[in-house]
Design a protein around this ligand. Sequence first.
Ligand code: SF4
Ligand code: SF4
Length: 116
Amino acid sequence: MAYLHFARNVLASMFRHPATTEYPLAPRQYQNITRGKVEINIDDCIFCGMCMRTCPADAIRVDRAGKTWEINPFSCVQCGGCVEHCPKKCLKMDTNYTKPSEKKTEMVFHADTPQT
Ligand code: SF4
Ligand code: SF4
């Protein structure tokens, strides 16, 4: 009887959709609420530094004079605090995660036009 049960399961599995995705051929689709990584629309940033002061992981550096915004995605713990506190709403959580890297590289964004 056990063999019959086993054979029935094997046959059924042959016609079912696989329970897993065929990664990397079919990349994983994350849900909208996934906290992947922080992204900035640098054109709207006023370099107030609120995100830097909010960050519990010390992952953000803002240089008001130099008009640069910098993040170390490997230090970020995806808490979403910077996104929540940005007065210009120019930060958002992207649903995709930071790609693996051999080095903890920082990402630097610079304002193209001078801010007043
Ligand atoms: S809180 Fe927003 S506007 Fe202020 S420096 Fe950070 S990203 Fe720019
Ligand atoms: S999501 Fe949290 S840990 Fe990551 S940069 Fe923003 S405040 Fe810092």
